[in-house]
Design a protein around this ligand. Sequence first.
Ligand code: HEM
Ligand SMILES: Cc1ncc(COP(=O)(O)O)c(C=O)c1O
Length: 769
Amino acid sequence: MTPAALDASDPAFARDPFPTYAELRARGPVGCVPLSNGREAWFVTGLAEARYVLADKRFSAVRPSSLDSSSPRGVLERHMLNTDAPEHTRLRRLASRAFTEARIDALAPRIEVLVDALLDAIPTTGVVDIVSAFGFPLPVQVMCEVLGVPEADRLALRQWTYTVASPTGPGTDDAWDGLLTYFTGLIAAKRADPTDDVFSDLVHLTDDEGMLTEQELVAMAFLLLFAGYETTMNLVGSAVLSLLTHPDQLRALTTPALWDVAVEELLRHGSPLEGATWRWATTDVEVAGVVVPEGSSVLVVLGAANRDPDRFDDPDLLDLTRSPNPHLAFGYGPHFCIGGRLARLEATIALARLVARFPHVRLVADPAGIAWRPGLLVRGPMRLDVRLDDPHAHLHSHADARRAAGLRRRLTARQADAVVIDLAGNDYLGLTRDPRVIDGAVTAASTWGGGATGSRLVTGSTQGHHDLEDALAAFVGAEAGLVLSSGYLANLGAVAALSGPGTLVISEAQNHASIIDACRLSRADVVVTEHRDIAAVELALAGRTLERAIVVTDAVFSVDGDLAPLTELAYACRRHGALLIIDEAHALGVVGDGGRGATYAAGLSGAPDIVLTATLSKALGSQGGVVLGSRAVIDHLVDTARPFIFDTGLAPAAVGAAHSALDALVADPTLPLRARQRARDLARVARSAGWTASEPDAAVTSILIGDPTLAVAAAAACLARGVRVGCFRPPSVPDAISRLRLTARADLTESDIDTIATVLAEVRAEVLA
Ligand code: HEM
Ligand SMILES: Cc1ncc(COP(=O)(O)O)c(C=O)c1O
């Protein structure tokens, strides 16, 4: 079957010619391909055959019908790439003598300077075409260094180069003229006054056959400029695209040696010269069993050879660690690229410095829509729009401001075997690691699995959830309960679902952040009253214009561990027909008979106009939250509370652990008493050490410090002595006074208290010294 005519100007082919090449290769590594311009050419797509053709002198690099050799273009294009031996051999020998490895290597520091200057000049806001801002100017500038083109002349050279490379535009003849005149002048200047560059050497080098002629020199200058810029520009463009579309591989490029290997793969995969320059068969030549007839145009498709599956495993895959990598990106045989060393050096410096300077560089365009250079000879994106700015720059400036104010936070991993007295956690009853609680978690996990599998309303309501809700409701004397996946969500759900527009919500100043957020979410009118200010609550209720009102309060305040005036609040609410929501997070398991909570202790449990929220993560040693109240309230939440409806149910292990902890609490009603006693002990020893400590109503006391940096230092000094304390700084404290927060546990021993006393005294002496 004859292949369909190949249209090299087709944008889809330009973007991804590799399936076409694979198809051609499948028909045979050498084959005649009809082209859409009506001609045909012999395509070499196998790697072994590509080498064979490039090395065989029966394939000539001299175009059969040459251009007018006296035109500027004709003169400039009569360079070594378009010649055969012996002319080619001589030109190449002289060029190689100027282009020594040592000379190339010595260019490295200068290339670094040029790269950095270009990177400096790229605007870091908005969208940047990295090909025109970096990929194009860099190799032109490097070749100007090689040729010894003074800085002042580089812009003109860059423009002529660009124009002759895109011959569809106007001014092409002028550009060829400009290049010829410029190089002629440059040669004269180098002859008269040689400088330390490759081109000055070329002008003066001589061998048995004499020096390079004027014409040979201008053509050489043109070839070097052109061969050096087109290819490297395309390499930079395609390499940046490949790196940005393979971020995991980019991240792994941590050493120069890895970059060296990566650049080989970028050369193979990108194939900046998609085809070698045209060759012509000077006689019938048999390659891989087919005869290429005399006079045929032959294209060695380097891009296809570089993806030959006989030589490369998974050839379409970009593998920046691929080694060995016998690609043909620099050609083969007598015309093998003499600039490979320079190209590698340039690409490595350019790519590594680009990503180091702009670690946030990212593509703007969808790679599938990027336009690629058309044609069969060069391969690279026409433009590559990227963004270089740090999308989180504003976060860094906020972080800097927090650092300056001593308010940076840091996560530190707690170790299971750390020997510390923990006064920072909320494990008030010491049940988190209780074997019964662990067993409850394990049994529930083995019964139900690791997760609840869905929202409670879909699949996430296990029997365990229902049993726990019944047990918690019975424990505090409520009609019903609803378990959510955290105490935070319990507050969001309860406050928002029970209020809404048309409701006045009265929230007190020291309420927990989850209540503050719940108020924001509620879309109700919100009034914030001062800490424990009953008169203010009363005033707000009395003066309201909205029909419904809700008062919401912590039972025990998180920061200082003091109790809310629940009885007064409850009766104020009742007088004004308002609902009272009480967050029992720090009271459940600690306050009230058997730990039944502050509402129970106030004799208010089971009241129809009171709703409780609580967390399962403190005294109950697990995780999760609960809302407790009348059946009507719970049913309403099931229908409308978004944090309940749109959240996966609490994990079975947490349900099991919380239920076992509740059982343990019921079995030992002295646990809450012991926790409260230990909190009083902590406040006492803190005061004896000279600190100002709050009087605990539950299991929490706090030491007032003030300055956040001092508070962090005091917490660190305690930890260094084996006592972990909480450190509360703005915005976690209502009055901007930073504190150490000491949480008591029912299982602290007398000796623990003695140790804590000593540590608090030492730390005070150290930190306030
Ligand atoms: C990524 C960058 C480069 C690639 C992929 C590349 C590729 C190639 C290839 C494939 C050839 C052989 C063409 C053929 O046989 O038809 C070649 C030849 C050549 N390249 Fe490069 N090249 C690159 C960079 C450079 C640089 C930076 C220079 C400048 C010093 C340069 C100078 C030359 C010269 C002078 C030839 C002709 C050699 C001859 O005819 O004997 N190349 N290049
Ligand atoms: C008063 C108060 N309410 C609610 C919560 C939130 O509970 P959870 O951690 O289960 O989300 C906390 C927890 O820190 C709290 O202290």
